[in-house]
Structures are given as C-alpha cells and as structure tokens.
Design a protein around this ligand. Structure first.
Ligand code: PLP
Length: 399
C-alpha cells in the first residue's frame, strides 16, 4: 500500500505521479474531483471548531477544497517547498503574493524582461497602492544590488526570460536578497520544477502560471505560489479573503497534467534544441535566442542551473516586422497565438502582441526587435514543425 511517509525518498518523476493524493473511503485509484462550494458537519460544535480554525477541515471552497489541496501538495513536493497556495491564474498568484507581503511605501526590484501583464500589474496597479518597482537587467548582478534601497522588500525575477532566453543566477540573487533581508520570488513558468527548482537555490517564493507547462495541453487557466509555511500563510490569507481561488475542476486538470510533466519537459527541450540549431543554420535568420546554443552568452550558467534549456525561443529574421509577419503568416500548422507551454507549437510576433503595450523605448531596452519571432516548441513531429517554418523563411530569401 502507498505509504506517503516515504515521500522524502521519491524522485521528482515519482512525486509528480503520486504525491498529494489522500484517498477517500472509496479507495479510488485516480485523483477525484470535489465540485462542492461548501462542506457540512456532524454538529454545531464541529462547525464552530472548523470555522474557528481549531480543527483542521474544509469549510468553504474559497478557503480550501480537497481537489485543490491535492494539486497544492503535489506542486509543493515538486518545487521542494513547505507549502503551496493555488490561485485562479498566474497573475493572481503574483497579485496575492505582493498584497500579502508588501505595503504602501515598499519597493520591488524586478527584471526588465518580465511577462507583459506582470509589468502592467506592477506599474499600473501596485503603483496606485504606493508600491513602486525598479527594473534592472536580468543578468546584471551589480544593477540588482544598486537598485536595492532601504524600502526594498522584494526581488522578482523571471528566468529564463521571454523571448530572449536570458538567465539570472538564482543562487547569487538569493545571496543578495539575504544580505539585504528582502524576499526573492522567482517566476518558474518557463522551466517548471522538472528543470529548475529555485527554492533549492535559495529563493523564498516560486510563482507559477499553471496555465502553461503544468497543464501542458492548453486546457485551463490557473496559478500557484510555493514557499515556506509562514510566508504562504500570508498569501493564503489574501486568496481566502480576496477570492482568487482555483476551481476544483482546474485543480484536477493541473494535478493530472503534473503526472506527465517530466516526460513532456524532456521532450519539449529536445524539440526546441533541434529547432534552434536548424534555425541557427538558416540563411533567412539573423540570430537565434536560445540558451541551449553554445554561443548564447549565458549558456554555461543555464547548463549549471537548469536541468534543460526549456522550449521557448526567439529568432530574428530578415526584413524586420514585414519579414516576421511573412514567416508567421506562411505557417499552416503552428498556432498563431501568444500562449505557450502547450503540446501544440505556438508562434507569435512579440513586438506587436505580448510586448505590444510597451513603448518603443521600453521594447528596445528589452531587446524586442521588429524582426523577432517567438516560438514555443510543442511536441508535434520535428520535421513537420521545421517544414511549416521553412515555407516562410525560404520565401524571405527568394525576396
Ligand atoms: C502566462 C504567464 C504569467 C501569467 O499567468 P496567467 O495564468 O496567464 O495569469 C505570468 N508569468 C509568466 C512568465 C507567464 O508566461
């Protein structure tokens, strides 16, 4: 019989399949879904104990739900964190973390190359609450240090970056955070715990958009925060009170998604490496941005810190925006969409979509050139993906 007390001995592949499920009296093999908003009690006294938090147990699904809890325990085990709180989306994971930990007057130092909505959240909404953000080059440790002031409470980084595949040294960032007594949060969407475990490298918090690789098949929107018990208790307080909780249906999808995570991430990386090398050799491509290529400036750091190079890559084609749009519009299979982390390969033009809300200056500073195309490499046949891209690239050469 499965003995969960043995979990410490399990490797990541096993945890992804077996951690977190506490069987009910039905002895079900697969993880069940509990689509219920509330829970009932044997007596008024039991209700009082559970509402008062004097006895563990479910009260209301905005607070806790057994299906959501299964996902939380499984992801916490994979990330090596003490506790996980699931949220309705990746954005609400970031929102809940900052609301839990920061107050008016506090400052965030963040990498410049963040997900677009994260930048909007910081600059538009946190700024309104009196929480300001300074942006630095992801890989420039001196810039991180110089941006820290006595008001700084949080360092926030997304590594590797999207779509240029830049890498931050998480251990160095965490040493810096500890020296200044601030929190370090890492958005781990792009690699997932299968390829990178920021908590083992000293990060306090890991943030996820479960929408991406944790699901892996583009079925649901969700998020999560992982870290130590005391910090996560604060995040839980925000989710419980403000309401961005994960639905049991989505939690079930993510739980089952995790079961194939290591296999999928391995395959995604192999596919992306092959595509990056093929693109790198194509005469219509000026430059490929992928840390798995040996000439990437942070290839060595990526190799040490990551269990793989991920599956999101950028490449710059001839003829700027016109060339990029031509390559995208020539595809017959790839999905033209900003989403990523899916078995279906997606293609997008960052300058006019994911990074379209930035000013020209911000875009230039982030290295998003008009000719840049982003591909999130899926799990279709490698040759089919190349053929779909070759159509537009070859046409660019023909003029
Ligand atoms: C998608 C994404 C988010 C936001 O997640 P949602 O689930 O869409 O809210 C945050 N960070 C990164 C790196 C992402 O790719």
């Amino acid at each position: 019989m499965q003995d969960d007390s043995q979990q410490d001995a399990w490797s990541l592949e096993t945890l992804a399949i077996r951690a977190g499920h506490e069987r009910t009296f039905e002895q079900e093999h697969a993880e069940p879904i509990f689509p219920t908003s509330s829970f009932v009690y044997e007596s008024a006294a039991e209700a009082a104990r559970k509402f008062g938090g004097h006895e563990a147990g479910n009260v209301y699904s905005r607070f806790t739900n057994p299906t959501v809890h299964t996902f939380e325990r499984r992801l916490a085990a994979l990330e090596g964190g003490e506790r996980c709180v699931a949220t309705s989306s990746g954005m609400s994971a970031i929102l809940s973390t900052v609301l839990a930990l920061l107050s008016a007057g506090d400052e965030i130092v963040a990498s410049r190359s963040l997900f677009g909505s994260t930048v909007s959240l910081f600059d538009k909404y946190f700024a309104k609450l009196g929480i300001t953000t300074r942006y630095v080059e992801l890989s420039d440790m001196a810039a991180w240090e110089a941006a820290i002031t006595p008001k700084t409470r949080l360092l926030f980084a997304e590594t590797p970056s999207n779509p240029l595949s830049e890498v931050a040294d998480i251990a160095a960032l965490s040493a810096l955070a500890k020296r200044h007594d601030v929190w370090l949060a890492i958005d781990n969407c792009f690699l997932t715990p299968a390829l990178q475990q920021p908590i083992a490298l000293g990060a306090d918090l890991v943030i996820h958009s479960a929408t991406k690789y944790l699901d892996g098949q583009g079925r649901a929107v969700g998020g999560a925060v992982v870290g130590k018990h005391d910090v996560l208790e604060e995040v839980f307080g925000v989710v419980r009170t403000c309401g961005p909780c994960m639905s049991p249906f989505n939690a079930w999808i993510f739980t089952k998604g995790l079961e194939t995570l290591s296999l999928r991430m391995k395959a995604h990386c192999e596919q992306a490496q092959a595509l990056a090398e093929w693109l790198d050799a194509h005469p219509a491509v000026n430059k490929v941005f992928y840390s798995g290529l040996v000439d990437h400036p942070q290839h060595e750091l990526a190799r040490q810190q990551q269990g793989g190079f991920g599956a999101v890559l950028g490449f710059e084609v001839l003829n700027g925006q016109e060339g990029a749009w031509q390559v995208i519009d020539a595809t017959r299979m790839l999905s033209i969409t900003g989403n990523l982390g899916d078995v279906k390969t997606t293609i997008t033009h960052p300058a006019t979509t994911t990074h379209g809300r930035l000013s020209d200056e911000q875009r230039a500073a982030a290295g998003i050139s008009p000719g840049l195309v982003r591909v999130a490499v899926g799990l279709e046949n490698q040759q089919d993906i190349q053929n779909d891209l070759a159509r537009g690239l070859d046409a660019l050469l023909a003029g």
